[in-house]
Design a protein around this ligand. Structure first.
Ligand code: GLN
Length: 448
């Protein structure tokens, strides 16, 4: 299996551009819980001795001095690392068009985006260039590309997996998670990675569940909430139908259905883009050509070095976010934007708490559309709206998974999203197994 993954990675990368670095194949992996499992790592996570670019020119020549905790835990249980995957620069984007090293292509249709920002990881898992791929999800960057590629995208509860070694975008939203083709691989990997890490003060000291056992659990008697705000206008009919079919499967398995409302959902995109840009503007201050990042040549003062290094090193979307974030934090606007957005965050979290008093899980579409074409969303606001169903779970820290539930009329994968109470990933896995459809069996061959 591991040889196979490396071969797939090398032979398909010209066409798909999903890897920024493919490692030398060394050994079979240590003995352990996931011995021999091949793993691709999003290039926002540190692997000791390897480049860590975040798909940005500013970090083009940066090498990690240590490995992220999640990577270390996987390797110590036998994982074999295949390489680093392409992504939107600093994890900002939904299409992979923001990579400084060219976009990743969707193996279902090379004219379409794989989703973002973890598009390279999604594609690596979809085509079998790795059995597991690590991604990060700040607003949907695992679930949306999973939906677009027919893979399983799992974002655990905020704090479930250590962020040590993850390059911060928006620290109170960032979550490490996985792409895989089977729920077993996803559950086993989470078991290995989850748990308190003294290197990350926000990692939770909550017992780790046996997620792989949950895959055998009966779901009879569980209540599934259907929030009406996630089924409004703008959803493609094929997606609506596929999620309906998933709901029917859960009913047949003995689940009860509860229709409910999460009234603050309509503020989630605005809330997300105020809070995350604020955090990003502060986190990305370290890339200045002095502390971190490529230094611009020929500057005559410190200020000029900062300005030129950042101007040359960052792409358009990253600059846009830094400017937005700086604006919402500036004196005079802080209360009106950042302060209010924090209050809205509370209200959205409250929607989830109330929903989970009447149901055990929420079922929604992952995205309003299937994979779109390159260049189709050139307006940043249109791009931001593709995250409409995923950002709320990051605002509240809720665990969420996207599983493939069918193909649309253009033969493109459809994802359904399940969300559960914090630290109850087990229920999420148990329900996911009832609705999953193995669409990857129908992935067109890429060999020609
Ligand atoms: N697409 C969203 C954004 O651009 C989510 C990114 C992410 O989850 N890293 O911010």
């Amino acid at each position: 299996m591991s040889v196979n993954s490396f071969e797939r990675a090398r032979s398909l990368n010209n066409k798909l551009n999903c890897f920024l670095d493919i490692f030398e194949e060394t050994r079979a992996g240590d003995a352990g819980k996931i011995s021999g499992m091949t793993v691709a790592v999003k290039d926002v996570l540190a692997v000791e001795g390897k480049k860590l670019t975040c798909a940005s020119k500013i970090l083009e020549n940066f090498t990690s001095l240590y490995s992220a905790t999640c990577v270390e835990r996987l390797v110590s249980e036998g994982a074999v690392l295949v390489g680093k995957t392409n992504m939107d620069e600093f994890a900002m984007g939904s299409s992979n068009e923001n990579s400084a090293f060219g976009p990743v292509r969707n193996p279902w249709d090379l004219a379409r985006v794989p989703g973002g920002s973890s598009g390279g990881s999604a594609v690596a898992a979809a085509v079998g260039a790795a059995r597991l791929a690590l991604g990060t999800d700040t607003g949907g960057s695992i679930r949306q590309p999973a939906a677009f590629t027919g893979t399983i995208g799992m974002k655990p509860t905020y704090g479930r997996i250590s962020r040590y070694g993850l390059t911060a975008f928006a620290s109170s939203f960032d979550t490490v998670g996985t792409f895989s083709r089977t729920l077993e691989d996803s559950a086993n990997a989470l078991e290995v990675m989850a748990g308190r890490d003294p290197q990350d003060a926000t990692s939770a000291d909550v017992p780790v569940q046996q997620y792989s056992e949950a895959l055998k659990r009966d779901v009879k008697g569980l209540t599934i909430g259907i929030p009406m705000e996630y089924f409004g206008e703008g959803i493609e009919p094929d997606i609506r139908e596929a999620v309906e079919a998933a709901r029917a499967k859960l009913e047949r398995a003995g689940c009860k259905i509860a229709m409910l409302s999460m009234p603050h959902t309509k503020y989630s995109i605005a809330d997300y883009y105020i809070l995350t840009t604020a955090e990003a503007s502060s986190n990305l201050a370290r890339f200045d050509g002095i502390r971190y990042g490529r230094r611009a040549e020929g500057s005559h003062s410190l200020e000029e070095t900062y300005v030129r290094s950042r101007n040359e090193g960052f792409g358009r979307e990253v600059k846009r976010r830094i400017m937005l974030g700086t604006y919402v934090l500036s004196s005079g606007y802080y209360d009106a934007y950042y302060g209010r957005a924090q209050k809205v965050r509370r209200l959205i979290t409250q929607d989830f708490n109330e929903a989970f008093q009447v149901c055990d899980a929420l079922l929604t579409p992952t995205t309003p559309t299937t994979a779109f074409k390159f260049g189709q969303k050139s307006d940043p606001l249109a791009m931001y709206l593709s995250d409409i169903f995923t950002v709320s779970a990051n605002i509240s820290g809720t665990p969420a998974i996207s599983v493939p539930v069918g193909l649309d009329r253009d033969h493109l994968p459809i994802g359904a999203q399940l969300m559960t109470r914090s630290f109850d990933e087990s229920t999420m896995f148990a329900l996911a197994k009832e609705i999953i459809v193995d669409v990857l069996a129908k992935l067109p061959s890429l060999s020609e």
